[in-house]
Design a protein around this ligand. Structure first.
Ligand SMILES: Cc1cc2nc3c(=O)[nH]c(=O)nc-3n(C[C@H](O)[C@H](O)[C@H](O)COP(=O)(O)OP(=O)(O)OC[C@H]3O[C@@H](n4cnc5c(N)ncnc54)[C@H](O)[C@@H]3O)c2cc1C
Length: 402
Protein backbone atom coordinates (compact mmCIF):
# COMPACT_ATOMS: atom_id res chain seq x y z
CA UNK A 1 0.00 0.00 0.00
CA UNK A 2 1.55 3.34 -1.03
CA UNK A 3 0.59 6.80 0.20
CA UNK A 4 -0.95 9.55 -1.90
CA UNK A 5 0.93 12.77 -1.32
CA UNK A 6 -1.50 14.85 0.76
CA UNK A 7 -0.95 17.54 3.42
CA UNK A 8 -1.86 15.71 6.68
CA UNK A 9 -3.16 19.05 8.00
CA UNK A 10 -5.28 19.54 4.89
CA UNK A 11 -8.65 18.33 3.59
CA UNK A 12 -9.43 15.43 1.28
CA UNK A 13 -12.33 15.82 -1.13
CA UNK A 14 -13.76 12.69 -2.76
CA UNK A 15 -14.93 13.42 -6.31
CA UNK A 16 -14.21 16.26 -8.74
CA UNK A 17 -17.76 16.92 -9.94
CA UNK A 18 -19.35 20.34 -9.57
CA UNK A 19 -19.87 19.70 -5.83
CA UNK A 20 -16.31 18.50 -5.21
CA UNK A 21 -14.64 21.33 -7.11
CA UNK A 22 -16.89 23.97 -5.53
CA UNK A 23 -15.99 22.52 -2.12
CA UNK A 24 -12.28 22.47 -2.90
CA UNK A 25 -12.35 26.07 -4.13
CA UNK A 26 -14.41 27.36 -1.19
CA UNK A 27 -12.18 25.61 1.38
CA UNK A 28 -8.98 26.72 -0.35
CA UNK A 29 -10.22 30.29 -0.11
CA UNK A 30 -10.25 29.91 3.70
CA UNK A 31 -6.57 28.92 3.58
CA UNK A 32 -7.07 25.12 3.73
CA UNK A 33 -4.76 22.83 1.79
CA UNK A 34 -7.12 20.72 -0.32
CA UNK A 35 -6.55 17.54 -2.33
CA UNK A 36 -9.31 16.18 -4.56
CA UNK A 37 -9.30 12.47 -5.41
CA UNK A 38 -11.28 11.70 -8.57
CA UNK A 39 -12.11 8.24 -9.88
CA UNK A 40 -12.18 9.19 -13.57
CA UNK A 41 -8.86 9.09 -15.41
CA UNK A 42 -9.73 12.26 -17.33
CA UNK A 43 -12.53 14.81 -17.44
CA UNK A 44 -14.74 14.15 -20.43
CA UNK A 45 -17.13 16.44 -22.23
CA UNK A 46 -20.46 16.11 -20.42
CA UNK A 47 -22.93 17.00 -23.14
CA UNK A 48 -25.67 18.61 -21.13
CA UNK A 49 -26.67 21.96 -19.76
CA UNK A 50 -27.28 23.27 -16.29
CA UNK A 51 -29.57 25.99 -14.99
CA UNK A 52 -28.12 28.16 -12.27
CA UNK A 53 -30.63 30.00 -10.13
CA UNK A 54 -29.58 33.26 -8.42
CA UNK A 55 -28.91 31.30 -5.22
CA UNK A 56 -26.14 29.33 -6.96
CA UNK A 57 -24.83 32.36 -8.88
CA UNK A 58 -24.61 34.25 -5.55
CA UNK A 59 -22.09 31.69 -4.22
CA UNK A 60 -20.11 31.51 -7.46
CA UNK A 61 -19.91 35.33 -7.60
CA UNK A 62 -18.71 35.48 -3.98
CA UNK A 63 -15.82 33.22 -5.05
CA UNK A 64 -14.86 35.75 -7.74
CA UNK A 65 -16.30 33.77 -10.67
CA UNK A 66 -19.17 36.11 -11.58
CA UNK A 67 -17.49 37.75 -14.56
CA UNK A 68 -16.15 34.54 -16.13
CA UNK A 69 -19.45 32.77 -15.49
CA UNK A 70 -21.43 35.45 -17.32
CA UNK A 71 -19.01 35.11 -20.25
CA UNK A 72 -19.66 31.37 -20.72
CA UNK A 73 -23.34 31.28 -19.73
CA UNK A 74 -26.55 32.65 -21.21
CA UNK A 75 -29.00 34.86 -19.34
CA UNK A 76 -32.49 33.81 -20.47
CA UNK A 77 -35.08 36.56 -20.47
CA UNK A 78 -38.08 34.49 -19.43
CA UNK A 79 -39.31 31.11 -18.23
CA UNK A 80 -42.16 30.19 -20.58
CA UNK A 81 -44.37 27.24 -19.69
CA UNK A 82 -46.36 25.70 -22.56
CA UNK A 83 -48.75 22.82 -23.09
CA UNK A 84 -46.87 20.02 -24.86
CA UNK A 85 -49.90 19.08 -27.01
CA UNK A 86 -51.11 22.52 -28.08
CA UNK A 87 -47.93 24.64 -27.62
CA UNK A 88 -50.30 27.10 -25.89
CA UNK A 89 -48.65 29.31 -23.20
CA UNK A 90 -49.68 28.25 -19.69
CA UNK A 91 -47.66 30.70 -17.63
CA UNK A 92 -44.48 32.78 -17.63
CA UNK A 93 -41.94 34.21 -15.23
CA UNK A 94 -39.69 37.13 -16.12
CA UNK A 95 -36.01 36.25 -15.58
CA UNK A 96 -33.32 38.55 -17.10
CA UNK A 97 -33.20 42.04 -15.56
CA UNK A 98 -36.27 41.29 -13.42
CA UNK A 99 -34.54 38.44 -11.57
CA UNK A 100 -31.32 40.42 -11.32
CA UNK A 101 -33.20 43.27 -9.60
CA UNK A 102 -35.34 40.98 -7.44
CA UNK A 103 -32.59 38.66 -6.19
CA UNK A 104 -29.43 40.68 -6.75
CA UNK A 105 -28.07 37.94 -9.03
CA UNK A 106 -29.04 36.71 -12.50
CA UNK A 107 -30.66 33.43 -13.54
CA UNK A 108 -28.05 31.80 -15.82
CA UNK A 109 -27.92 28.71 -18.01
CA UNK A 110 -24.61 27.08 -18.95
CA UNK A 111 -22.97 24.05 -20.48
CA UNK A 112 -21.84 21.70 -17.70
CA UNK A 113 -18.39 21.25 -19.20
CA UNK A 114 -17.90 25.04 -19.22
CA UNK A 115 -18.93 25.38 -15.56
CA UNK A 116 -16.76 22.40 -14.63
CA UNK A 117 -13.74 23.87 -16.44
CA UNK A 118 -14.30 27.22 -14.69
CA UNK A 119 -14.36 25.56 -11.25
CA UNK A 120 -11.37 23.33 -12.05
CA UNK A 121 -9.28 26.25 -13.22
CA UNK A 122 -10.27 28.47 -10.25
CA UNK A 123 -9.60 25.74 -7.69
CA UNK A 124 -6.21 24.88 -9.18
CA UNK A 125 -5.27 28.55 -9.20
CA UNK A 126 -6.28 28.64 -5.51
CA UNK A 127 -3.76 25.85 -4.84
CA UNK A 128 -6.03 22.78 -4.90
CA UNK A 129 -4.35 19.54 -6.01
CA UNK A 130 -6.59 17.36 -8.20
CA UNK A 131 -5.49 13.73 -8.52
CA UNK A 132 -7.35 11.69 -11.11
CA UNK A 133 -7.69 7.93 -11.62
CA UNK A 134 -8.03 7.36 -7.87
CA UNK A 135 -11.24 5.66 -6.71
CA UNK A 136 -12.03 5.79 -3.01
CA UNK A 137 -13.22 2.42 -1.74
CA UNK A 138 -13.23 2.80 2.04
CA UNK A 139 -12.92 5.62 4.53
CA UNK A 140 -12.13 5.81 8.26
CA UNK A 141 -12.07 8.58 10.84
CA UNK A 142 -10.62 8.80 14.36
CA UNK A 143 -9.63 11.52 16.82
CA UNK A 144 -6.51 12.38 14.80
CA UNK A 145 -7.33 12.07 11.10
CA UNK A 146 -9.61 10.90 8.29
CA UNK A 147 -8.27 8.22 5.94
CA UNK A 148 -9.21 7.11 2.44
CA UNK A 149 -8.33 3.67 1.06
CA UNK A 150 -8.31 3.77 -2.71
CA UNK A 151 -7.56 2.01 -6.00
CA UNK A 152 -5.20 3.88 -8.32
CA UNK A 153 -5.47 3.12 -12.02
CA UNK A 154 -7.74 0.20 -11.16
CA UNK A 155 -4.75 -1.83 -9.91
CA UNK A 156 -2.67 -0.35 -7.12
CA UNK A 157 -3.91 0.16 -3.59
CA UNK A 158 -3.14 3.62 -2.22
CA UNK A 159 -4.01 5.42 0.99
CA UNK A 160 -4.43 9.09 1.89
CA UNK A 161 -4.86 10.83 5.26
CA UNK A 162 -5.87 14.38 6.21
CA UNK A 163 -7.72 16.39 8.85
CA UNK A 164 -11.10 15.85 7.20
CA UNK A 165 -12.68 14.03 4.28
CA UNK A 166 -15.65 15.42 2.36
CA UNK A 167 -17.61 12.85 0.33
CA UNK A 168 -18.63 14.61 -2.89
CA UNK A 169 -18.70 11.36 -4.86
CA UNK A 170 -22.20 11.72 -6.23
CA UNK A 171 -25.35 9.60 -6.44
CA UNK A 172 -23.55 6.26 -6.04
CA UNK A 173 -21.28 7.55 -3.25
CA UNK A 174 -18.87 5.03 -1.77
CA UNK A 175 -18.33 7.39 1.19
CA UNK A 176 -22.08 7.45 1.93
CA UNK A 177 -22.36 3.67 1.59
CA UNK A 178 -19.83 3.29 4.34
CA UNK A 179 -21.04 6.13 6.53
CA UNK A 180 -24.77 5.35 6.40
CA UNK A 181 -25.01 1.85 4.90
CA UNK A 182 -28.47 2.77 3.63
CA UNK A 183 -28.46 0.88 0.33
CA UNK A 184 -28.49 2.22 -3.23
CA UNK A 185 -30.63 5.17 -4.39
CA UNK A 186 -34.08 4.35 -5.81
CA UNK A 187 -35.02 4.46 -9.48
CA UNK A 188 -37.79 7.04 -9.87
CA UNK A 189 -39.40 5.36 -12.88
CA UNK A 190 -38.46 8.33 -15.05
CA UNK A 191 -35.97 8.56 -17.92
CA UNK A 192 -34.20 11.76 -18.96
CA UNK A 193 -33.10 12.26 -22.57
CA UNK A 194 -30.55 15.00 -23.18
CA UNK A 195 -29.12 16.61 -26.32
CA UNK A 196 -27.70 19.88 -27.64
CA UNK A 197 -28.39 21.64 -30.90
CA UNK A 198 -27.09 24.85 -32.49
CA UNK A 199 -29.43 27.73 -31.60
CA UNK A 200 -29.67 28.55 -35.32
CA UNK A 201 -31.36 25.15 -35.90
CA UNK A 202 -34.15 25.80 -33.38
CA UNK A 203 -37.62 25.07 -34.69
CA UNK A 204 -39.82 28.06 -35.60
CA UNK A 205 -41.87 29.02 -32.56
CA UNK A 206 -39.08 28.27 -30.07
CA UNK A 207 -37.30 31.27 -28.56
CA UNK A 208 -33.55 30.69 -28.15
CA UNK A 209 -33.51 33.40 -25.45
CA UNK A 210 -35.88 31.73 -23.00
CA UNK A 211 -36.17 28.70 -20.79
CA UNK A 212 -39.16 26.91 -22.34
CA UNK A 213 -40.89 24.05 -20.54
CA UNK A 214 -43.55 21.98 -22.33
CA UNK A 215 -45.78 20.04 -19.92
CA UNK A 216 -47.68 16.93 -20.99
CA UNK A 217 -49.21 13.87 -19.30
CA UNK A 218 -46.37 11.78 -17.87
CA UNK A 219 -43.70 13.84 -19.64
CA UNK A 220 -42.11 17.25 -19.99
CA UNK A 221 -39.44 18.84 -22.17
CA UNK A 222 -37.12 21.73 -21.24
CA UNK A 223 -35.11 23.87 -23.68
CA UNK A 224 -32.68 26.65 -22.79
CA UNK A 225 -29.64 28.44 -24.24
CA UNK A 226 -26.04 27.57 -23.29
CA UNK A 227 -22.56 28.59 -24.50
CA UNK A 228 -23.37 32.32 -24.48
CA UNK A 229 -26.54 31.56 -26.44
CA UNK A 230 -24.86 29.73 -29.35
CA UNK A 231 -26.41 26.37 -28.45
CA UNK A 232 -29.64 25.07 -26.98
CA UNK A 233 -29.82 22.35 -24.35
CA UNK A 234 -32.78 19.97 -24.51
CA UNK A 235 -33.97 17.67 -21.72
CA UNK A 236 -37.00 15.42 -22.15
CA UNK A 237 -38.25 13.47 -19.15
CA UNK A 238 -40.68 10.61 -19.70
CA UNK A 239 -42.12 7.84 -17.55
CA UNK A 240 -40.46 4.48 -18.12
CA UNK A 241 -37.60 2.33 -16.98
CA UNK A 242 -34.43 1.18 -18.67
CA UNK A 243 -34.83 -2.06 -20.63
CA UNK A 244 -33.37 -5.26 -19.19
CA UNK A 245 -29.66 -5.40 -19.69
CA UNK A 246 -29.18 -1.64 -19.57
CA UNK A 247 -27.02 -0.39 -16.77
CA UNK A 248 -28.96 -0.17 -13.50
CA UNK A 249 -26.92 2.92 -12.83
CA UNK A 250 -27.62 6.35 -14.19
CA UNK A 251 -24.77 6.63 -16.68
CA UNK A 252 -25.69 8.03 -20.04
CA UNK A 253 -26.74 5.53 -22.72
CA UNK A 254 -26.86 6.55 -26.39
CA UNK A 255 -30.51 7.07 -27.25
CA UNK A 256 -32.54 6.90 -30.42
CA UNK A 257 -34.57 10.02 -31.25
CA UNK A 258 -37.39 7.88 -32.77
CA UNK A 259 -37.82 6.05 -29.46
CA UNK A 260 -37.91 9.38 -27.70
CA UNK A 261 -40.53 10.77 -30.09
CA UNK A 262 -42.78 7.75 -29.47
CA UNK A 263 -42.46 8.49 -25.73
CA UNK A 264 -43.91 11.97 -26.36
CA UNK A 265 -47.35 10.97 -27.73
CA UNK A 266 -49.41 13.89 -29.00
CA UNK A 267 -46.47 16.32 -28.84
CA UNK A 268 -47.17 19.48 -30.87
CA UNK A 269 -45.33 19.68 -34.25
CA UNK A 270 -43.14 22.56 -32.93
CA UNK A 271 -41.94 20.32 -30.12
CA UNK A 272 -41.52 17.33 -32.43
CA UNK A 273 -39.47 19.44 -34.87
CA UNK A 274 -37.28 20.72 -32.06
CA UNK A 275 -36.61 17.24 -30.70
CA UNK A 276 -36.04 15.88 -34.22
CA UNK A 277 -33.52 18.65 -35.01
CA UNK A 278 -31.17 17.61 -32.19
CA UNK A 279 -28.79 14.69 -32.57
CA UNK A 280 -26.55 12.76 -30.19
CA UNK A 281 -29.31 12.09 -27.64
CA UNK A 282 -28.28 10.31 -24.46
CA UNK A 283 -30.60 8.68 -21.95
CA UNK A 284 -30.33 8.59 -18.17
CA UNK A 285 -32.27 6.54 -15.65
CA UNK A 286 -33.23 8.96 -12.88
CA UNK A 287 -32.73 8.09 -9.21
CA UNK A 288 -33.18 9.87 -5.93
CA UNK A 289 -33.32 9.26 -2.19
CA UNK A 290 -35.56 10.32 0.65
CA UNK A 291 -34.20 13.41 2.42
CA UNK A 292 -31.96 12.96 5.44
CA UNK A 293 -33.92 13.24 8.67
CA UNK A 294 -31.17 14.67 10.88
CA UNK A 295 -27.84 16.48 10.56
CA UNK A 296 -25.95 13.60 12.17
CA UNK A 297 -26.38 11.51 9.01
CA UNK A 298 -24.52 14.15 7.00
CA UNK A 299 -21.42 14.55 9.21
CA UNK A 300 -19.78 11.95 11.43
CA UNK A 301 -16.45 12.64 13.11
CA UNK A 302 -14.05 13.96 10.48
CA UNK A 303 -16.15 12.85 7.48
CA UNK A 304 -19.05 14.72 5.86
CA UNK A 305 -21.26 14.22 2.81
CA UNK A 306 -22.00 16.95 0.27
CA UNK A 307 -23.99 17.36 -2.97
CA UNK A 308 -25.65 14.32 -4.53
CA UNK A 309 -23.84 12.04 -2.07
CA UNK A 310 -25.89 13.66 0.69
CA UNK A 311 -29.16 14.64 -1.03
CA UNK A 312 -29.68 13.36 -4.59
CA UNK A 313 -32.85 14.88 -5.98
CA UNK A 314 -35.10 14.77 -9.01
CA UNK A 315 -34.22 17.41 -11.62
CA UNK A 316 -37.66 19.13 -11.61
CA UNK A 317 -36.47 22.20 -9.74
CA UNK A 318 -33.06 22.37 -11.50
CA UNK A 319 -31.34 22.69 -8.13
CA UNK A 320 -29.17 19.58 -7.49
CA UNK A 321 -25.89 21.25 -8.42
CA UNK A 322 -27.05 24.53 -6.90
CA UNK A 323 -27.53 22.80 -3.55
CA UNK A 324 -24.03 21.27 -3.85
CA UNK A 325 -22.64 24.77 -4.51
CA UNK A 326 -24.56 26.18 -1.52
CA UNK A 327 -23.29 23.25 0.59
CA UNK A 328 -19.72 24.15 -0.36
CA UNK A 329 -20.21 27.76 0.70
CA UNK A 330 -21.74 26.68 4.04
CA UNK A 331 -18.93 24.19 4.68
CA UNK A 332 -16.25 26.82 4.03
CA UNK A 333 -18.07 29.22 6.34
CA UNK A 334 -18.16 26.64 9.15
CA UNK A 335 -14.53 25.67 8.49
CA UNK A 336 -13.40 29.29 8.74
CA UNK A 337 -15.54 29.97 11.83
CA UNK A 338 -14.07 27.12 13.93
CA UNK A 339 -10.35 26.92 13.13
CA UNK A 340 -8.76 23.65 14.25
CA UNK A 341 -12.11 22.20 15.42
CA UNK A 342 -12.72 19.79 12.56
CA UNK A 343 -15.63 17.71 13.91
CA UNK A 344 -17.35 20.83 15.20
CA UNK A 345 -17.00 22.58 11.84
CA UNK A 346 -18.50 19.57 10.04
CA UNK A 347 -21.34 19.42 12.58
CA UNK A 348 -22.11 23.10 12.07
CA UNK A 349 -22.05 22.60 8.30
CA UNK A 350 -24.51 19.69 8.50
CA UNK A 351 -26.80 21.56 10.90
CA UNK A 352 -26.92 24.56 8.58
CA UNK A 353 -27.79 22.55 5.47
CA UNK A 354 -29.92 19.48 6.06
CA UNK A 355 -33.33 21.12 6.36
CA UNK A 356 -32.92 23.36 3.30
CA UNK A 357 -31.71 20.40 1.23
CA UNK A 358 -34.65 18.29 2.44
CA UNK A 359 -37.09 21.06 1.53
CA UNK A 360 -35.61 21.37 -1.97
CA UNK A 361 -35.72 17.57 -2.46
CA UNK A 362 -39.40 17.53 -1.45
CA UNK A 363 -40.25 20.47 -3.71
CA UNK A 364 -38.48 18.80 -6.65
CA UNK A 365 -40.59 15.64 -6.16
CA UNK A 366 -43.77 17.70 -5.94
CA UNK A 367 -42.87 19.61 -9.13
CA UNK A 368 -42.48 16.27 -10.94
CA UNK A 369 -46.03 15.27 -9.99
CA UNK A 370 -47.35 18.66 -11.14
CA UNK A 371 -45.33 18.74 -14.39
CA UNK A 372 -46.55 15.28 -15.43
CA UNK A 373 -50.13 15.63 -14.17
CA UNK A 374 -53.13 14.19 -15.99
CA UNK A 375 -56.89 14.73 -15.71
CA UNK A 376 -58.22 16.97 -12.94
CA UNK A 377 -54.80 17.77 -11.47
CA UNK A 378 -53.59 18.89 -14.89
CA UNK A 379 -56.62 21.18 -15.33
CA UNK A 380 -56.10 22.62 -11.82
CA UNK A 381 -52.42 23.22 -12.54
CA UNK A 382 -53.19 25.07 -15.77
CA UNK A 383 -55.81 27.19 -14.04
CA UNK A 384 -53.44 28.03 -11.17
CA UNK A 385 -50.79 29.20 -13.64
CA UNK A 386 -53.31 31.28 -15.58
CA UNK A 387 -54.75 33.00 -12.49
CA UNK A 388 -51.72 32.96 -10.19
CA UNK A 389 -49.32 34.42 -12.77
CA UNK A 390 -45.67 34.76 -11.81
CA UNK A 391 -46.35 33.98 -8.14
CA UNK A 392 -46.95 30.32 -9.03
CA UNK A 393 -43.64 29.97 -10.87
CA UNK A 394 -41.35 32.01 -8.62
CA UNK A 395 -39.76 30.52 -5.47
CA UNK A 396 -38.43 33.38 -3.29
CA UNK A 397 -37.38 31.18 -0.34
CA UNK A 398 -35.16 29.24 -2.72
CA UNK A 399 -33.68 31.93 -4.96
CA UNK A 400 -33.32 34.49 -2.19
CA UNK A 401 -31.43 32.11 0.11
CA UNK A 402 -28.13 30.28 -0.05
C1 LIG B 1 -31.44 15.43 -16.23
C2 LIG B 1 -30.81 16.25 -15.14
C3 LIG B 1 -30.85 17.63 -15.21
C4 LIG B 1 -30.30 18.39 -14.16
N1 LIG B 1 -30.34 19.75 -14.26
C5 LIG B 1 -29.85 20.51 -13.24
C6 LIG B 1 -29.89 21.92 -13.32
O1 LIG B 1 -30.36 22.49 -14.31
N2 LIG B 1 -29.40 22.64 -12.26
C7 LIG B 1 -28.87 22.04 -11.15
O2 LIG B 1 -28.45 22.75 -10.22
N3 LIG B 1 -28.79 20.69 -11.07
C8 LIG B 1 -29.26 19.91 -12.09
N4 LIG B 1 -29.17 18.55 -12.02
C9 LIG B 1 -28.56 17.92 -10.83
C10 LIG B 1 -27.04 17.97 -10.91
O3 LIG B 1 -26.60 17.43 -12.14
C11 LIG B 1 -26.41 17.18 -9.77
O4 LIG B 1 -27.10 17.45 -8.57
C12 LIG B 1 -24.95 17.59 -9.59
O5 LIG B 1 -24.23 17.37 -10.79
C13 LIG B 1 -24.32 16.79 -8.44
O6 LIG B 1 -22.96 17.14 -8.34
P1 LIG B 1 -22.00 16.28 -7.41
O7 LIG B 1 -20.66 16.90 -7.56
O8 LIG B 1 -22.59 16.14 -6.05
O9 LIG B 1 -22.02 14.82 -8.02
P2 LIG B 1 -21.45 14.32 -9.43
O10 LIG B 1 -21.65 15.34 -10.48
O11 LIG B 1 -22.06 12.98 -9.65
O12 LIG B 1 -19.88 14.18 -9.20
C14 LIG B 1 -19.35 13.12 -8.45
C15 LIG B 1 -17.89 12.95 -8.84
O13 LIG B 1 -17.30 11.97 -7.99
C16 LIG B 1 -16.58 11.03 -8.76
N5 LIG B 1 -16.61 9.77 -8.02
C17 LIG B 1 -17.62 8.89 -7.89
N6 LIG B 1 -17.28 7.88 -7.10
C18 LIG B 1 -15.99 8.11 -6.72
C19 LIG B 1 -15.08 7.41 -5.88
N7 LIG B 1 -15.43 6.25 -5.31
N8 LIG B 1 -13.84 7.92 -5.68
C20 LIG B 1 -13.48 9.11 -6.27
N9 LIG B 1 -14.31 9.80 -7.08
C21 LIG B 1 -15.57 9.32 -7.29
C22 LIG B 1 -17.33 10.98 -10.09
O14 LIG B 1 -16.50 10.49 -11.13
C23 LIG B 1 -17.70 12.45 -10.27
O15 LIG B 1 -16.66 13.18 -10.88
C24 LIG B 1 -29.70 17.75 -13.05
C25 LIG B 1 -29.65 16.36 -13.00
C26 LIG B 1 -30.18 15.61 -14.03
C27 LIG B 1 -30.10 14.12 -13.95
Amino acid sequence: MSLVSVDPKGVLVAGAGIGGLATALALARTGANVTVLERAAAFGEVGAGIQLGPNAVRCLSAWGLGHDLCAIAAQPQRLQVRDAHTHRPLGALRLGAHFQARYGQPYLTAHRADLHALLLDASQRAGVAVQTDIAIEKVASDAIEARAFCQKGGENRVEAAAQALIGCDGLWSAVRAQLLNDGPPSATGHLAYRALLPAADAANGVSPHEVTVWLGPQMHVVCYPVRAGGWLNLVAVVHGSAEAGASRRSWAQPADVCTLLTSLPGAHPVLQDLVGAASGWTRWTLHDRDPLTSPTACAQGRIALLGDAAHPMRPYLAQGAAMAIEDAAALAQAWGDTPGEVSLALKHYAASRWQRNARVQAKARRNGRIFHAQGVLRAARDLAMRWGGERVLDTPWLYGGG
